[in-house]
Design a binder for this molecule. Structure first.
Ligand code: COA
Length: 430
């Protein structure tokens, strides 16, 4: 059968397609901008016909209606990363959180978390009958390969990206529904973020390959790279800030030791400008997370510089990035993948950058992480910590020296309290 005939024969409506979800199924939703809005809406409208359907995903820009209290019994969310719309359900015990390194999520789908139904967004097929995952290859690619049933929303507004093509035969039901790709509002960059960005940029050299996380701090770092040359990008996420540096030829990927000439990421989130930049751009590869985030792939880049953020750092250099006390506010994501990958990279470094306080009121450098909070990046993995007050290089340093360096970049209002803790642990300062 030609791919055209296969496609026509498997075309249906959203309402019909979601009838293939059965009570007790595990349903994986496309990640972030790849979430198939029309399919999720049809599934939620059909809630009365389901019991105990497990909904698995990471970041979402949508409303996540299946997390609402009235959906209890019909749906239960299992978060691999907690985000705004899912936070309340997970912390009210109507949902669950499964800790995992991002690069291992596809392996979970192959082993302990078998997938019954994958619901994803794809572009229409090209002449060869291949569709693109567009903004999100990450775990979506593995979900398609592993699921018993694949339902795809075919959205003509999804950019066609390379590194993730799917043949029509991998999909069981096609639902054509065009919709704008969700956009991420630009982060607010203030004086503190600018100072952090400038410190981080001072650690970046011409020719380095960068990984940048989400939010104001990575965006601020990009603002201070305008006088650098020949930078490369191998990142979990591709964001708007990269487009300006690409157009200016500052990020040109020429000196990358793996995938030279290519921007490599496993998902992208930003504005339409970013999506237009990536559309049919052979220099952009949006690839599965078990490749992009694998520490041994990351480590094949010389001078890989990884920049991420956190909630708290204790005086030993233990980094908490996902919980406030016992409340899960986000997830591990790719932080540890890149911290470890950077450690394997020749000349590579990893930076955890954060404001020194929460709105000037609470220090983010603390004697101990808040009671109940998980350690995300361990003290043996941590490398650089950056705040608006400077840079603390912790790798290879004693606990005493780490504490001293961290106190030096804490907000001045909290340094004396931290010094009291220092003296308790290590005696008088020498
Ligand atoms: N104590 C109490 N509250 C704290 C806190 C602390 N030490 N640190 C942060 N918060 C609060 C903030 O006030 C904010 O609350 P609000 O939403 O009510 O304003 C909330 O936690 C989020 O903090 P914020 O600093 O605004 O978040 P961010 O957008 O800069 O993200 C992380 C910071 C740590 C949550 C985010 O970087 C993350 O999830 N990291 C782990 C995953 C990762 O690194 N992935 C790799 C790259 S994609």
């Amino acid at each position: 059968m030609s791919w055209h005939k296969y496609y026509e024969a498997h075309l249906t409506t959203a309402d019909e397609a979601v009838k293939n979800i059965k009570s007790g199924n595990r349903v994986v939703l496309g990640h972030a901008c790849g979430e198939p809005g029309a399919l999720v809406e049809a599934m939620v409208n059909n809630a009365e016909n389901y019991q105990d359907v497990e909904i698995v995903h990471m970041f979402s820009l949508a409303a996540c209606a299946y997390c609402r209290p009235e959906m209890k019994g019909h749906f239960r969310h299992n978060a691999l990363f907690v985000c705004g719309p899912t936070r309340e359900a997970v912390n009210a015990a109507r949902g669950d959180y499964t800790p995992s390194f991002f690069f291992q999520v596809p392996e979970l789908f192959r082993t302990t978390m078998p997938v019954d139904v994958a619901m994803v967004t794809l572009t229409p097929p090209n002449e060869e009958g291949m569709m693109s995952l567009g903004t999100s290859a990450d775990y979506d690619y593995a979900a398609i390969k592993e699921a018993k049933i694949v339902i795809a929303q075919i959205n003509r507004q999804m950019p066609f990206t390379y590194g993730n093509l799917i043949p029509v035969e991998d999909v069981d039901f096609f639902v054509e529904h065009d919709a704008p790709i969700p956009e991420l509002p630009a982060a607010k960059i203030g004086e503190i973020e600018r100072a952090i960005g400038e410190h981080c940029a001072s650690l970046i050299q011409d020719g380095d390959t960068l990984q940048l996380g989400i939010g104001a701090i990575p965006d601020a770092v990009l603002m201070f790279l305008k006088d650098k040359k020949d930078l490369g990008l191998h990142s979990e996420m591709l964001s708007d800030g990269v487009v300006d540096l690409a157009n200016a030829g500052i990020i040109n990927n020429t000196r990358k030791t793996l995938n030279p000439g290519k921007f490599v990421a496993n998902f992208m989130m930003g504005s339409k400008r970013l999506y237009d930049f990536a559309d049919h751009n052979e220099d952009v590869l949006i690839m599965p997370v078990d490749y992009v985030n694998h520490p041994m792939i990351i480590g094949q880049h010389d001078r890989l510089v990884s920049i991420n953020s956190c909630v708290q750092v204790d005086l030993m250099g233990q980094v908490g990035s996902e919980m406030i006390g016992t409340t899960q506010i986000s997830g591990i994501g790719g932080q540890v993948d890149f911290v470890r990958g950077a450690a394997l990279s020749k000349g590579g470094i990893s930076i955890i950058a954060m404001p020194s306080t929460v709105k000037g009121k609470v220090s983010k450098i603390v004697p101990q992480l808040d009671f109940g909070a998980a350690v995300t990046t361990s003290r043996s993995d941590v490398d650089y910590i950056v705040t608006e007050y400077g840079i603390a290089h912790l790798k290879g340093q004693t606990l005493r020296e780490r504490a001293k360096r961290l106190i030096a970049i804490a907000h001045p209002a909290f340094r004396e309290d931290l010094m009291q803790e220092y003296r308790k642990r290590f005696g008088a300062e020498d």
